[in-house]
Structures are given as C-alpha cells and as structure tokens.
Design a protein around this ligand. Structure first.
Ligand SMILES: Nc1nc2c(ncn2[C@@H]2O[C@H](COP(=O)(O)OP(=O)(O)OP(=O)(O)O)[C@@H](O)[C@H]2O)c(=O)[nH]1
Ligand SMILES: [Mg+2]
Length: 456
C-alpha cells in the first residue's frame, strides 16, 4: 500500500489535524477515543493503511507526527485520544511567539532533529511511502518558520516523495496579531519551491462561510475546523477508498499542476448551508455541481469570475449516477469556456465514491487551480508591504537572526508567482490579461439554478 505520513505543526495545524483524524477515523470504522475497529464494512479497511498504522490486534494509530514549539498542544491531544502514538509527540519548551524567525532559527530549529528522527522511524516502518501531508498555519511563528525548515529537510532527505501542504492563511477577522502578514510572506519561498500541492485554507473565507452560509456566531475555531476537516476528508476520499481518479498524491499532482510552481489549489465543499436552508434544498447532484463552482463555497476568499481555471476536479460522494455527474461537470466547462484556459483540453475531472460522509446523503468537494488566486497573493503582499515600507516591527525578526533582504526576497518570490499565474491565464493567441478582468460572467449563474447563497 502507498502510505501517507502526516506532520501537524503548531496550534492551527494540530487543531485541524485533530478534527481531520476525528472525522476520518469514524469513516473507517475506528473509534476515535480507543483506536479500536468497530466498523461494519470491509471497504472501511480496504485502504485504511494509507493513513493509519495497525497492530495485529486491529488497534489503529493515526500515522501522524504531532509537532509544536509549546507543550500544551501535545498535552491536549494526548489526553483526548489513544489514536496518537506517544513517541510521535515532539514538543519544545516555548511558543515561538508569532515570530517566523523563532520558528525557523531558534525555538523551532531546536526540535528539528526530533521531528526528523520521528519521521525516519515512521518512514522505515512503511511499505512504500507516497508522500507527506503537512498541516500548518502561515500566520503563527511555528506554522510558518518551523514548517519551512521541516520542508527544506524533507525535500533533501526524501527527494522522491511528494509534499502536500494544507495551509491555514491568516485573516484579520480571526486574529489580531499584527505581524502575521510578515510570517505569511516569509513562508512563501518554501511553499513555492518545496511543496508539490498546496491547499489554501483561508480563514477569511472560512469566517465568511460561518457568517453567511451557516449563520453561526463565531466563537473559537471549532466550526471552522470542522468545515476544513470535511473538506480534507473529501479531498482524500480517492486516496482512502477504492476508485480510479486521483487515487494517489502523484495522480492529483499530475492532473492538477501544469507547471511545478503553479501548485496552489483552492478547495471548495458542498453542501454548506444552514440547517434551515438544507431543509429547502432539493438535494440533487445539479445543486452540488452548481454550488462547488460558486465562490461562496470556496475555502479561499477569491472570486472565480476574476480568473481562469487551469484545472479543476470534483470529488462526489454518495449514491448518484456517474453519467449525470459527468454531463453536469462537462456542461459547466462547455457553458463557461471563457473561465477555463484553452490550452489544456479536458481540464475538468470528476471522481465518485459511493460512500457518503457522516451525516450527509451526498457531498461534493472541489479542487481548482485558478489564476484568480492572484487576489489572495496580492492580499498577502499588500498587508506585508504596508508595514515593510516603514520597517515596522522588523526588529522582532532581525533580533532573531534574520536580515531585511530576506523580506525583499520573499516579496520578489510572491510577485514572481503572481506573474506566473497571470501569464498562464492568457489563452493561446489571446494577449488579454485574464487575471485582471472584473467583468467575466458569473460561473454559477450559467450552470443552472442560481446559487442559494449568492447575493448577486
Ligand atoms: N482555521 C484555524 N486557524 C487557526 C486555529 N488556531 C489558530 N489559527 C490561526 O493561525 C494563526 C496563528 O497560528 P498558530 O497555528 O496558532 O501559531 P503556531 O503555528 O502555533 O505558532 P506560534 O504559536 O506563534 O509559535 C492565526 O492566523 C489564527 O487565526 C485553528 O484552530 N483553526
Ligand atoms: Mg502556537
């Protein structure tokens, strides 16, 4: 079996990791508290070893390394479940205090060897590792700095394996820490150069989904993390259950990433509506298709209309007609040719797994590689540039061993990736800059009934 090893790093990485394991252990019939199998179907066990380690007595462990510069995360997770292996907990003594420099150079660097030792132990026990899945924020010091350090080491030590990042992107609506844009900016070079697949989980979009779609008051991250876990469960469906499309990380990489740097993927999920709205939903496949192409269901605060899709995939779960799914998805492309680059034919793929997620009859998960991601990059660039122009708060970083030119180099890297996405949005023979247009037609409005969440 081709296994995946997860590394969950820092506060957000571990909270999201815990929500993910909670959800997928249930899908595979494993009790979250004890790690014992209490499932009912052989399908739950068929590919369970992609994410879980098992003992001969059918006790399962999440194949994950739990990493933080501060010990409280580890204490919380170790007391919540026996799914986590005690020897895979790696903790430092002090939080990196929202400082990339401390995550990369000092507090984080101190625990790097332990991380690599736990990684080596896990990898050596596996049949055939397909890749790593790293869960982390880029607003915190550990999630940004230590993760960058770990990625550099993994690429060097495991050059044949893929690195897939689930990245929490900061939003001023959810965190008031003023230097987060610096940490996010400094994370960009490692993500551009070392990650193969980067799923962008934007707290700005998640905040809006809770307010607008679900109409739930924001108190902590519990709901947000559940939405992220649902989406991750959808994204990994084809890795965890039998199926054809995207059945391995490398297949996702080949299908979704046309050029190595253009690997920043926008996930989406449907249904995402309040309980009241769900009552009025028809629960049809057409509705799911229409929703996953609506910007309101994306986990990234971008507008699909303002760019072109290089590649897109829909992963459907539940009992449904494959023919209907294919027709609807192809219909979206045919009706919205302007929103897809013309130099990749058949750049929309579908997969169906008939096992629905917990509590739903059907769901759909979206993966989009779109030039509209420029909006997100520009947001990160603008927020950091305002402070950098006056060198505000820079001493926190230079005092920990960093130099000003590293910020400039990270800005250049961000500008380069914006340019690369912008250039890729030009159709063959078309010199217009698609990434800058504001007036493209709404994708969802031309794919069937109007989105129930859309206000326009
Ligand atoms: N989605 C989500 N975001 C979170 C969560 N916890 C923190 N964040 C966001 O992540 C950023 C802070 O990063 P953390 O992961 O807490 O920081 P860290 O990696 O532990 O780094 P330090 O604590 O600075 O050493 C902020 O932008 C928060 O809004 C969470 O549980 N879920
Ligand atoms: Mg922390």
């Amino acid at each position: 079996m081709r296994e995946i090893l997860t590394l969950q790093i820092g506060g957000a990485g571990n909270a999201i990791g815990d929500a993910f394991w909670h959800l997928i252990s249930h899908e595979h019939g494993v009790d979250y508290g004890s790690g014992r199998f209490d499932g009912t179907s052989p399908l739950q066990l068929d590919r369970i070893s992609v994410f879980f380690n098992a003992t001969v007595s059918k006790r399962f462990y999440a194949r994950t390394i739990i990493i933080d510069t501060e010990a409280s995360t580890i204490q919380r997770l170790s007391s919540s479940s026996h799914l986590y292996r005690p020897e895979n907990f790696v903790a430092g003594s002090e939080s990196s205090g929202n400082n990339y420099a401390r995550g990369y150079h000092t507090d984080g660097a101190e625990i790097l060897d332990q991380v690599l030792e736990s990684t080596r132990r896990e990898v050596e026990s596996l049949d055939s590792l397909q890749g790593f899945q790293l869960l982390h924020s880029i607003g915190g010091g550990t999630g940004s700095g230590l993760t960058s350090l770990i990625m550099e080491a993994l690429v060097e030590q495991y050059p044949d394996n893929l690195l897939c990042n689930y990245v929490t992107i900061p939003s001023p609506n959810l965190s008031q820490v003023i230097v987060e844009p610096y940490n996010a900016l400094l994370s960009i070079p490692a993500l551009v150069n070392n990650s193969h697949l980067t799923f962008c989980l934007d707290n700005e979009a998640l905040f809006q989904i809770c307010n607008r779609n679900l109409k739930i008051p924001m108190s902590g991250y519990e709901h947000i993390n559940h939405i992220v876990a649902l989406t991750m469960s959808g994204l990994t469906t084809c890795l965890r259950f039998p199926g054809q499309l995207n059945a391995g990380l490398r297949k996702i990489y080949v299908n979704m990433v046309p050029f190595p740097h253009l690997h920043f993927l926008i996930p989406g999920f449907a249904p995402l509506g309040s309980c009241k709205e769900q009552q009025f939903s028809k629960g049809t496949v057409a509705e799911l298709v229409q929703q996953i192409f609506s910007s309101n269901n994306l986990l990234c605060a971008i507008d699909l209309r303002k760019g072109k899709l290089l590649t897109a995939a829909g992963i459907f779960r539940g009992r449904m007609s494959p023919r209907e799914v294919d027709q609807l998805m192809t219909g979206v492309r045919n009706k919205n040719l302007n929103n897809f680059v013309d130099w990749i034919p058949n750049n929309i793929k579908t997969a169906i797994c008939d096992i629905p997620p917990r509590g739903l009859k059907m769901s759909a998960t979206f993966i989009g590689n779109t030039t509209a991601i420029q909006t997100l990059f520009k947001r990160l660039l603008d927020l950091s540039s305002i402070m950098l122009r006056r060198k505000a708060h820079l001493h926190w970083y230079t005092g920990e061993g960093m130099e000003e030119h590293e910020f400039i180099a990270a800005q250049e890297e961000l500008l380069a990736i914006i340019d690369e996405y912008r250039a890729s949005g030009r159709d063959d023979g078309d010199t217009r800059d698609s990434g800058k247009r504001d007036s493209d037609d709404e994708i969802s409005s031309r794919t069937g009934p109007k989105c129930q969440y859309c206000t326009n």
